[in-house]
Structures are given as structure tokens and as C-alpha cells.
Design a protein around this ligand. Structure first.
Ligand code: PMP
Length: 413
């Protein structure tokens, strides 16, 4: 298979200092990108510059350095808005990550809009952070959770989706791309169908926004959540997008400074969104660093990154499937999946697998990847997951395949 060149991967790799490391005497191969991504020096230097040149609290200082910090923070919000094609920066709230974004919606939208006997629709491939907040809400309100099942290949069962819609789901919370199966769900179509019945849709975009162009106006989602750390940005910063005036109708999530208009001993009033949802001192440098990550990814181009990952994934599936005794999960068509390849090799425990691969300098994830219901559905206790990003190469996939042969040898498979 001839790989088409999307961009100069070797040049990109030079931007990531950590990729130069030697681990256990071997060049470091980082294949745990679904957990978190590595950081280019452009992002690291942005954080360094913030601390050295304009560290100050925002929105409150009437002095130059604070004004610079505030401007950089709000510019980052505008960058996020442009990146996902939101209509306005006011549709963007900075949070800690995808998990906090979903919890915000469960509290601030869910408590007002979900009641006794209502249904919340999820899928069998959700990450725990798109399950547990809804369990908490459902228990509090006397609502029910309905799961859309998946096929053995990890594709959503559309007739179940239709059935749950017909039975009047209030909210559909769905992963754009699965962190275990790699499945890219047809969220645009699902949102169209959900809206016909008045069902609101939250897209967990933790595994899509970092890897492919995502346009919230085209999707027409009501909410969209993602994390900075999975897209070359800092940890502890993430984004919740809400369409149009949805934020206006929602109650605050956290109370405190900065989110208020006035505070009196027994009552307070709120600033307009997005500030209403950003109580206290937020992760200022995180937002600015996320802005730098967006610049970095945009300069390469999300379409090119997606094509590169699709080719690496196709190559990996082809190469790894030649390993005797391997089972690879998820859709067989690389077009229908992101850069995540989860597998099992014979009866080798994924933790043993990850330890042995680490001896070869290869970092993968083993376990349930915060998706226990999915593993129960697949009837397996755990998987090993290799996940790719813009800096991974076919040569690294070859080294993974060689290491799997070494593991086969050790376990006499
Ligand atoms: N959803 C999905 C699909 C994920 O992959 C992850 C991270 N593994 C999350 C949600 C949670 O993201 P975070 O830990 O950054 O809040």
C-alpha cells in the first residue's frame, strides 16, 4: 500500500521534544494518543512566555499586564470558536475537560429539562464520562437511561436509536468517535433525526475534534465537548460549546467570583454567558496554550491530519492482522474509524502486553479505557489499545508489529 504524503511528518516530529527520548534503550514510540497527546514546542513556549511576560489574573486588573492576559485569553476563546465554526465566542465556555463539560450540561441543563419518567439516550460505546453524569442525573430526577446497542463490528444499531427516539428521549448523548473501537458515528444524520422529535443532542467530541475537521453549524449539535490535552494543548483546559442561546436558559454550574453581575447577602445575579459558567480564577494559561495548539494544528490542517491518521490506521490494521492469534476490535473499514486500534493477542493479559511493549520503548494503553459497559458488551475483560496522532509513522507501526511477534514468542503462542 503506497502512502500519500499529507505533510512532512519528520519535520512535525522535530516539534515534539518528548519524541526524541530513548526509553529502555530504544527510540520512544508513543501510541497512547487517545489518552493524551504530546505537546509541540510552540505550545510549550507559549506557556513559558505567559509566565515570563504577562502572568496576571484576567478580567479584573486595570493595568497593562492584566489587560494583555485578558486579551490573550479572549483571543483563545475566539480561536476555539473559529476552529469549530461556532457562530460566536459567547457559545464557548472554558472548562477543565470533556468530563467537566458533560457534568456542566447534566447539572445546568439536565436539572431544568429532565424530569420524572423522562428518557436519556446513550450508546453502548460511551466513555464513563458520558455515562456517569447521566446516571447521577437520572437517579436524582427519576429518569431512565436507554442504550443504543452496537453490532459486533462496533456500529450503532440504528433501529434501536429510532425506537428510543420514538419513545420520547429528551437528550441523546453520543461519542463522535469511540476511544476503544475507533468507530466514527454518523452524528450529523443522528442529530437531524433526533431534532425531528425535539430530542436535544450532546456530542462527546473528545476523540474527534483533535483529529478531524468538526463544524458545529454543519453538525447542528446542541452541545459539544472536548479536551485540550488530547489536541496538543495543556492539561486542565477543555471546551463546552452550546448552540445559540442555550447557555442563556441554563442555571449556573459553579458559584463564585467572576460569574456574577451583583452579589447581595441573600441573592445574586449572573453575568451573561460564557462568563456565567466560568466561576473563580480559571485556567488562564491553559486557554492560551489551547489557542496555541489550535494554531499549530490549523497550520498543518485538520483534513491532512485526518488523512494521515486514516492511512496509518489502515496500515496498522493490515499489518497487525497478520499477527497470528490477534483479534482487532471495531469497524473493518478505515474510512469509518479514527486512529484507534484496540486488540487482544491470544490470552495474553493486556497489562502484560503493555509491560512487554514498554520494554521495547512502545507506550500503549491496556485495560478498559474508561469504557467498562462496552467491554461487557464485547464479552472481554480488557484490551490493549494503540492510538495514533499526526506524528506517528508506518515505521512505528512496523516496530509495534515486531514487538507483538516477540510477545508471541514469550507466550509460545
Ligand atoms: N470521552 C471520550 C470519548 C474520551 O476518550 C475521553 C478521554 N479518554 C473523555 C470523554 C474524557 O476526557 P477528559 O478525561 O479529558 O475529561
Amino acid at each position: 500500500m503506497q502512502k500519500t504524503v499529507q505533510y512532512n511528518v519528520e519535520k512535525v516530529r522535530q516539534d515534539f521534544p518528548i519524541l526524541q527520548r530513548i526509553i529502555n534503550g530504544k527510540p520512544f514510540i508513543y501510541l497512547d494518543n487517545a489518552a493524551t497527546a504530546q505537546k509541540p514546542r510552540q505550545v510549550i513556549e507559549t506557556l513559558d512566555r505567559f509566565y515570563k511576560e504577562y502572568n496576571a489574573n484576567i478580567h479584573r486588573g486595570i493595568y497593562k499586564v492584566s489587560e494583555e492576559a485578558t486579551a490573550a485569553h479572549e483571543e483563545a476563546r475566539a480561536k476555539v470558536a473559529r476552529f469549530i465554526n461556532a457562530r460566536s465566542p459567547n457559545e464557548i465556555v472554558f472548562v477543565r475537560g470533556t468530563t467537566e463539560a458533560i457534568n456542566l450540561v447534566a447539572h445546568a441543563w439536565g436539572r431544568k429539562n429532565v424530569g420524572l419518567g423522562d428518557n436519556i439516550m446513550l450508546t453502548e460505546m460511551e466513555h464513563h464520562s458520558n455515562i456517569v453524569p447521566w446516571q447521577l442525573l437520572a437517579k436524582e430526577k427519576g429518569a431512565s437511561l436507554k442504550y443504543v446497542g452496537i453490532t459486533d463490528q462496533g456500529i450503532l444499531e440504528r433501529y434501536e436509536f429510532q425506537q428510543h427516539l420514538q419513545s420520547g428521549a429528551k437528550l441523546f448523548a453520543v461519542a463522535h468517535s469511540s476511544n476503544v473501537l475507533g468507530t466514527i458515528n454518523p452524528v450529523r444524520e443522528l442529530i437531524r433525526e433526533a431534532h425531528k422529535t425535539g430530542c436535544c443532542v450532546l456530542v462527546d467530541a473528545a476523540q474527534s475534534v483533535p483529529h478531524m475537521p468538526v463544524d458545529v453549524q454543519d453538525l447542528d449539535c446542541d452541545f459539544l465537548a472536548f479536551s485540550g490535552h488530547k489536541m496538543c494543548g495543556p492539561t486542565g483546559i477543555g471546551v463546552l460549546y452550546a448552540k445559540g442561546n442555550l447557555f442563556d436558559e441554563m442555571v449556573p454550574f459553579h458559584g463564585g467570583g467572576e460569574m456574577i453581575s451583583e452579589v447581595h447577602p441573600y441573592e445574586s445575579s449572573w453575568k451573561p454567558p460564557p462568563y456565567k459558567f466560568e466561576a473563580g480564577t480559571t485556567n488562564i494559561e491553559g486557554a492560551i496554550g489551547l489557542g496555541a495548539a489550535i494554531d499549530y494544528l490549523s497550520n498543518i490542517g485538520l483534513r491532512k491530519i485526518r488523512l494521515h491518521e486514516r492511512e496509518i490506521t489502515a496500515y496498522a490494521i493490515d499489518k497487525l492482522s497478520r499477527t497470528k492469534g490477534i483479534t482487532i476490535y471495531g469497524p473493518s473499514d478505515p474510512q469509518a474509524r479514527g486512529g484507534v486500534v484496540s486488540f487482544n493477542l491470544g490470552d495474553v493479559h493486556p497489562h502484560d502486553m503493555a509491560t512487554l511493549l514498554d520494554e521495547d520503548g512502545i507506550a500503549v494503553r491496556s485495560g478498559q479505557h474508561c469504557a467498562q459497559p462496552l467491554h461487557e458488551r464485547l464479552g472481554i475483560p480488557a484490551t490493549t489499545r494503540a492510538s495514533f496522532y499526526l506524528y506517528n509513522t508506518e515505521d512505528e507501526v512496523d516496530r509495534l508489529a515486531n514487538s507483538l511477534e516477540r510477545v508471541r514468542g514469550i507466550f509460545k503462542l
